[in-house]
Design a protein around this ligand. Structure first.
Ligand code: ZN
Ligand code: ZN
Length: 264
């Protein structure tokens, strides 16, 4: 298979472009008050960089080993199906995106997973840097789950890398504070998760938080009845009601959030 463009490099370019677009055409213009963007951004970027460089590096070797072994042994759903490559690749992308939907939904349902995932939701502002705000515990858990799911599905390393090359720009876009027109957002939503669709997921109203779980393709929410729209996207308030205190938004607070008492 052909080499894919370096996904981290591509993600950094997309992140930088969206950062400038947010400064130019913001959805919530109050986020751009002078001196407000960087103090918010650096903490999200710091946990994101730690997850990508340290955890990504730690777990990548095991993933390569497991997938190589499984593929060598002819193990995995997509291998058993024996489809031609032109059909297997889009199917692998689709199946893996469905897994991401299921995993995300489980993160909202299972209290132990939610402890970690709430760090993503507690962000009182949402911009492109929120796309990488995940507690290292959530990233570790998701890798452990992938160690089982990827070989079971028979997804190859190349297909996994392709999926991530699509995923990263899409999640950066739908977290960004860029003001797309309503028409453009509605058009995007037919295929991928648009900014307005994901804004609902970051709302502080719980029925809205517990909706719109899709990562790349928006279809899973429509299919599994978790899709939500609303009239006025500008009235959305981000964050979690029980995590508004500023102490949860320091780097220390972000890392300690899963271990606090009085959990949902
Ligand atoms: Zn979520
Ligand atoms: Zn999000």
């Amino acid at each position: 298979m052909d080499a894919l463009p370096n996904k981290t490099f591509t993600a950094l370019i997309v992140l930088t472009l969206l950062w400038f677009l947010e400064g130019w055409i913001p959805f919530f213009s109050e986020f751009n008050q002078s001196g407000k963007r960087l103090p918010h951004a650096w903490k999200n970027l710091a946990v994101g960089a730690f997850n990508a460089l340290v955890l990504g590096g730690l777990f990548a070797g095991t993933m390569v080993l497991l997938v190589t072994k499984a593929q060598g042994a002819g193990f995995g759903l997509l291998i058993w199906l024996g489809l031609p490559t032109w059909l297997e690749i889009p199917l692998a992308i689709l199946i893996f995106d469905a897994w991401m939907y299921l995993w995300h939904r489980m993160n909202h349902i299972v209290p132990f997973f939610w402890r970690f995932h709430q760090v993503h939701h507690s962000d009182p502002r949402m911009d492109v840097t929120s796309a990488v705000r995940f507690h290292p515990g959530e990233i570790a858990l998701s890798f452990l789950a992938r160690f089982i799911v990827v070989p079971l599905l028979g997804v190859t390393l190349w297909e996994l890398a392709l999926y991530e090359s699509v995923l990263l720009p899409v999640i950066l876009l739908h977290h960004s504070n860029v003001d797309l027109s309503d028409r453009a957002d509605a058009a995007l939503r037919w295929v991928i998760v648009s900014p307005n669709m994901h804004r609902i997921h970051h709302s502080d109203l719980q029925p809205e938080t517990d909706s719109n779980y899709s990562s790349v393709f928006s279809w899973w929410d429509r299919m599994f009845r978790s899709y939500r729209k609303r009239e006025d996207y500008r009235a959305i308030r981000y964050g979690l009601e029980n995590l508004t205190d500023s102490k949860w938004h320091t780097l220390k607070g972000i890392l300690e959030t899963p271990f606090r008492r009085n959990e949902k």
